[in-house]
Design a protein around this ligand. Structure first.
Ligand code: GLU
Length: 543
């Protein structure tokens, strides 16, 4: 067989040869040990939280070795592509601390010398390598769709099986030069397939950074490399692109593990240097029945990264949470280093300890609370406003108009040694502080205590003085004593029957009257931000 001739027949008009391409994409001139990674999502219109998890790992692997981390958009499946999806991806990466070093913004700019970073723009490259494989007898054309009237490979297999043809190799391997020439002349389209070396029975050793050495069934399939529209399959593009772009470590979901032997075979057929692989575990979630299943965009809002933006989570908190999910030492480290920047945590992207990471929103909320508690009021205001501008337009005008008041509200129990840890996302702000913007809608008071409640409020109306916290509390105590409440807690504990309650109870009544709730941030701060008039107004609504 004259493979070179077949390659010419199949690809007479290639614009580039492999030699030219290799020259255009020389090996990166980086010191030994430098890592080059890439995040390679398909533009399906949304970014899965597992995607960001991978991107953060990619970024850390590259960063820790002063390497390069790229974004490559795998848009060869035009049916699945959503317009604008790559912008969504890039924006999310930017926001969540995983901005790539090399990427492309369609029609705007290309950053990096190894592009195009959209696979759909690399057609000539794939064609050149496909031609090379055909010319070396390592790949062959398959005309099946048109010649046999069959719809897909699976159907063809089934037909072969029905005919008792157990050989798992594609019959198109046996086409003669003449047949190929004739089909092409007739305008028949073809796919290019790998001539698999093995029969699928043997074993191959593969290495995954997290799982170690594994033995897997060898590839036995004449897998499609180039589809009839000349777009590559994932496997072929993965090999060609990661080779040319100088990738050293491929971070990808563990759903790709089963096809690893095929990928190796393609790398070897193309004589490419093999790369390292990190197959990341999928993220799970505990279900109501106690079991756990993969977090999925069908049933879980949190699967879609836009959820976190909409709710107003701090991107830094989400990033920190995902690193915590990847490496179980994080929690202890954070306890010991409460104020250290996240980059100080020794996470190099390879030290992933999670076998089955389980998404836990409570943990994320805790991380976020800790983080927000350290912000000053001004920073909170800026973040709140930025969130509203994107997600809650109805609040923007108010936030701008009443900035001074909002700042005061944000400053309640903040900017002190032990700030309150309560707000974990900006979307909860107006709900959480509803009583700072409107009268309470209801009051958390037991009916059995209503008389005492009203008595305290009636009396307190005479005592409102918010100029100084100490003076304020002295007055509360004075009033408490007058009404028969204990001021000395020890005494109260000894003889509770002698009192109506203690001073804490008095404060609780006032708190309920002002906020509607039994629990709230510092009562004095709340009242002084509201001002004496408004407090009086609230008391007057009740008594
Ligand atoms: N486009 C593939 C995916 O979204 C990429 C896998 C890889 O990173 O190689 O799963």
């Amino acid at each position: 067989m004259d493979y070179k001739k077949i390659a010419e027949i199949l690809f007479p008009n290639n614009k580039l040869t492999v030699e030219e391409i290799e020259k255009k994409y020389p090996p990166r001139n980086l010191p030994a040990g430098t890592e080059v990674t890439r995040f390679a999502p398909s533009p399906t219109g949304f970014m899965h939280i597992g995607g960001l998890f991978q991107a953060i790992i990619d970024k850390n692997i590259a960063k820790r070795s002063n390497g390069v981390y790229m974004l490559r958009i795998e848009d060869t499946d035009k049916k699945r592509e959503v317009i604008g999806a790559s912008t969504i991806i890039l924006n999310i990466l930017k926001k969540y601390g995983a901005m790539p070093d090399e990427y492309e913004e369609k029609g705007v700019k290309v950053v990096g010398n190894y592009g195009p970073y959209f696979q759909s723009e690399r057609e000539e490259i794939y064609k050149a390598y496909a031609k090379k494989l055909v010319s070396e007898g390592k790949a062959f054309p398959c005309f099946c769709r048109k010649t046999e009237g069959l719809n897909d490979v699976k159907e063809k297999r089934e037909k072969m099986f029905a005919l008792g043809l157990t050989e798992d190799k594609d019959p198109c391997r046996n086409l003669t030069e003449e047949q190929i020439e004739e089909y092409v002349k007739d305008g028949k389209t073809f796919a290019v397939k790998l001539k698999a070396k093995g029969n699928g029975q043997g074993k191959v050793k593969i290495v995954d950074v997290l799982k170690g050495e594994l033995e897997m069934q060898e590839n036995g399939e004449d897998a499609v490399l180039l589809k009839s529209d000349f777009m590559p399959t994932y496997a072929f593009a993965h090999a060609v692109d990661d080779h040319l772009m100088g990738t050293t470590t491929v971070v990808r979901g563990e759903e790709w593990l089963p096809s690893y032997p095929l990928h190796l075979e393609i790398f070897d057929a193309l004589e490419f240097k093999r790369v390292k692989y990190v197959h990341t575990p999928l993220i799970y979630k505990i279900r109501e029945n106690g079991g756990k299943t993969k977090i999925s965009k069908r049933i879980d809002d949190e699967a879609d990264m836009r959820y976190f933006s909409k709710e107003g989570y701090e991107p830094e908190a989400v990033e920190e949470y995902l690193i915590n999910l990847a490496n179980s030492n994080f929690e202890i480290w954070r306890k010991e280093n409460p104020t250290a920047p996240l980059q100080d945590f020794p996470f190099d992207g390879f030290n992933i300890t999670a076998i089955t990471p389980v998404f836990d929103i409570v943990k994320l909320n805790d991380i976020s609370k800790e983080m927000i508690a350290k912000y000053n009021a001004e920073k909170c205001y800026n973040r709140l406003l930025a969130w509203a501008e994107e997600n809650s337009l109805e609040n923007v005008e108010y936030l701008k108009k009443d900035k001074e008041y909002v700042l005061k509200v944000l400053n309640i129990d903040r900017e002190k040694e032990k700030p309150r840890k309560d707000i974990y996302k900006w979307g909860m702000f107006f709900d959480y502080y509803n009583y700072m913007f409107a009268f309470p809608k209801s009051y958390q008071i037991d009916e059995s205590e209503r008389k005492k409640f009203e008595e305290v409020l009636r009396e307190y109306k005479k005592y409102i003085d918010l100029k100084d916290k100490n003076v304020w509390f002295e007055k509360i105590k004075e009033m408490s004593e007058k009404l028969g409440y204990a001021v000395d807690n020890k005494e109260y504990k000894k003889n509770p029957q002698n009192f109506k309650g203690n001073v804490a109870k008095v404060c609780e009544f006032i708190r309920v009257a002002v906020t509607g709730q039994k629990n709230s941030p510092d009562l004095y701060e709340i009242m002084s931000v509201l001002g004496a008039d408004k407090v009086l107004e609230r008391l007057s609504l009740i008594v």
